[in-house]
Ligand binder design. Structure first.
Ligand code: N01
Length: 661
């Protein structure tokens, strides 16, 4: 191997990525070691990373394009490349790795527009209509992401336009980041004492992501060295803290400050916001705009059970875990079998004396043998040595998630398998997942009888299965009860058949109240109209962001933006923040006080999302899920792909809005 001098530093002007890495470790491995790397890597990602680093698109020949085989349960390796394609791709990747080593390339710059399109065209199997949305996520794209192309001192130097950002979770941090980039003055409040939202609050044993880590980060903060394939809760909280520190956003956050009231002042065209600090002191401040980063899943739902107040033991909701309660040897009752219980139960089963799980409906589980795994040794090597490999991998996760698993949960007309399935594909999935449950629980017919859900896969959130749930249920200490809860006594939970279950600790893993958006806040808009009266229990917002009659109020994680079988939530959240910033720009450009969406535009949006949800498993009339509000309308879910949301939020359509003088 000949020593060579590194190339000159690549151009990185305009990069908007807090985790941008200019230089990577040089490669010194032998050809044989590099071949081992090429044989273990996700090939489309490696090929495209090499093409970018070597500035050589000839690597990406037409014959190697991944077909993007749809995923039924988990991503199809190499995007479904045939074995022949894979062998050829390994040869090409190996040659590329050797060149990277031999030419001493340790960095990569922003791509030209032409190169961007070539590379994205390869990864997306020629779906050129995805290119703009994907460029938003590609740190190497010129003008990637949603960085505003304006600063307030340029567009409205004489205008006072203070903004309130509410909440410092995933949504609020995204909003603060974008607002800060405009130079607009803003106040950022957070009700808790820590930032991180859900990831600060949920500290229960076993808490971690149940979606792949690499799809769960901001386009403007593309961390590469994630330790786990499905990050632990604390790792995400640390990431959010690091984002805030790297972006210099921390000093602007007022912790322990809760928003209680918002009132639009028609005369002055401003929001009057009442906040309460940790000492209960109220403060009233006026803002030109308010951006809410309040979460969907942060208002605990604790059902009322007869006798619960008489119970002598400890109780806690999954989100309000009391780490002072020692579960060792205790009789522990877990109510619920949703995503939270699913992580808690396996994490505590070894510690407790007995475990009683109250199950109302069984969960569907997707196979994920790597659910608790660290990222592999080859992956770590690639992240360390191939410039921007991690960022290309992140893009790949988002790209393959665009269509995701939607085809497995979409209704087929005239299908007669309801209420157990909604299409042939859905029935196939049901059969497959059922056979896995049967394998895991075959030794316990009593458990098997209650473990197969009576609703179609996808109607509720599907969980990740690496066997630990079944093992916990099979543990001799565990009893699963399906007859419901009749009442609590001082020391027991009496089930629906009158059987008492000893309880020292009761854990409510009973979920949240996700359809009660902005619940604890009194909001009055134009003409004194109450937001909660306007919604009347049926939260609706245009693009999930704005509500007619409530000018300059932007919801970052509003109704109908959550994804479950497809898409990146961070993408949705960032786009909402960007839409807020674009709307503010329109207001400033027009010298207006406010932007107010027209009611007919909201109605059109609601019809659009409702029509699609009716075609999905979760929208069926016989299904009950937290995706729906009390009347059964789906308010939590975005039922289309990220591409449609990209298009809807690309510009602020003046015909959909009224501008207030
Ligand atoms: O809440 P849930 P969760 N009597 O509403 C049961 C996210 N999350 O906290 O299914 C008896 O899903 C209820 O029964 P049923 C994720 O988006 C993410 O578990 O309605 N049982 C259900 O079993 C997730 O979807 C991660 O029949 C009652 C359970 O309680 C969302 O948060 C981890 C009952 C509630 O399940 C919510 O998950 C955890 C009653 N009266 C959570 N009321 C990640 O890994 C309710 N139940 C990212």
């Amino acid at each position: 191997m000949t020593a060579v001098s590194p190339r000159s530093t690549p151009a990185t002007d305009g990069v908007d990525d807090l985790f941008w890495q200019a230089s990577y470790s040089p490669i010194s491995e032998s050809d044989a070691e590099l071949e081992r790397v090429a044989r273990s890597a996700e090939l489309p990602v490696l090929l495209v990373a090499l093409a970018a680093a070597l500035d050589d698109p000839s690597i990406l020949s037409e014959e190697l394009r991944p077909p993007l085989t749809p995923m039924d349960t988990a991503p199809v390796p190499h995007g479904g490349m045939t074995p022949q394609q894979q062998e050829r791709a390994i040869d090409v990747a190996l040659a590329g790795l050797k060149r990277l080593r031999d030419e001493g390339i340790t960095g990569v710059g922003v791509l030209s527009d032409e190169r961007r399109l070539e590379l994205l065209g390869f990864l997306s199997g020629g779906r050129d209509e995805w290119a703009d949305m994907l460029s938003h996520e590609l740190a190497l794209a010129p003008a990637h992401g949603g960085k505003p192309d304006w600063r307030v001192e340029e567009v409205a130097p004489d205008r006072e336009f203070p903004v309130l950002v509410v909440g410092a979770g995933v949504g609020g941090v995204a909003a603060a980041y974008r607002i800060a980039q405009t130079g607009l003055p803003y106040v950022h409040i957070e009700a808790g004492e820590d930032l991180g939202g859900t990831w600060a609050k949920n500290t229960y044993p076993g808490v971690r992501l149940d979606t792949p880590t690499f799809g769960y980060s901001y386009s403007f903060a593309q961390r590469g060295d994630w330790p786990h394939q499905f990050a632990e809760g604390g790792e995400i909280a640390d990431y959010l803290n690091e984002v805030v520190d790297r972006a210099g956003l921390r000093d602007a956050i007022e912790f322990d400050t809760r928003l209680s009231r918002l009132r639009w002042d028609d005369a002055d065209g401003v929001w009057e916001a009442t906040t309460i600090d940790r000492d209960g002191v109220e403060k009233v401040r006026r803002f030109a705009a308010v951006v809410s980063g309040l979460g969907l899943l942060d208002r605990p739902h604790i059902p009322e059970f007869e006798g619960a107040s008489r119970f002598h033991g400890d109780t806690m909701h999954s989100q309000e875990w009391d780490h002072g309660v020692d579960l060792t040897g205790k009789n522990v009752v877990v109510i619920g079998t949703g995503a939270s219980a699913y992580q808690i139960v396996p994490a505590i089963v070894d510690q407790v004396g007995s475990l009683t799980v109250f199950q109302r409906s069984a969960p569907w589980m997707l196979p994920a043998p790597n659910y608790h795994d660290e990222v592999g040794e080859v992956f770590t090597w690639l992240v360390d040595k191939v410039p921007h490999f991690a960022q290309w991998f992140r893009l790949w996760v988002i790209l393959t998630g665009i269509e995701g698993r939607a085809h497995t949960v979409t209704v087929e007309d005239d299908w007669d398998g309801a209420p157990l399935s909604i299409s042939r594909k859905n029935q196939e999935l049901r059969d497959y997942l059922t056979s896995r449950i049967e394998e895991q629980l075959e030794s316990r017919p009593d458990l098997l009888r209650i473990a197969i859900p009576g609703y179609p896969p996808g109607a509720k959130r599907m969980l990740r299965d690496n066997g630990v749930w079944a093992r916990a249920l099979l543990d001799p200490k565990t009893t699963v009860v399906t007859s419901g809860i009749a009442r609590f006594t001082e020391t027991e939970i009496i089930d629906g058949e009158g059987v008492g279950h000893p309880a020292d600790v009761v854990i409510y893993a009973t979920g949240f109240r996700p359809s009660e958006f902005l619940e604890a806040i009194e909001v009055t808009g134009r003409g004194g109209v109450s937001l909660h009266q306007f919604w009347a229990g049926n939260a609706r917002a245009y693009n999930g962001i704005t509500v007619p009659g409530f000018p300059n109020l932007f919801l970052i994680y509003g109704p109908n933006v959550g994804g479950v079988v497809q898409g990146s939530l961070h993408f949705m959240i960032e786009r909402a923040a960007e839409f807020a910033v674009k709307s503010i720009r329109e207001v400033l450009d027009r010298g207006a006080t406010g932007i107010d969406v027209r009611p007919e535009a909201l109605d059109r949006f609601v019809d659009y999302v409702d029509a699609r949800s009716r075609r999905m498993a979760w929208g069926q009339p016989y299904v009950r899920t937290w995706y729906q509000n009390a009347s059964g309308r789906v308010t939590a879910i975005w039922p289309y792909t990220n591409i449609e949301y990209w298009e809807l939020t690309e510009r602020v359509d003046p015909t959909d809005h009224e501008f207030l003088p």
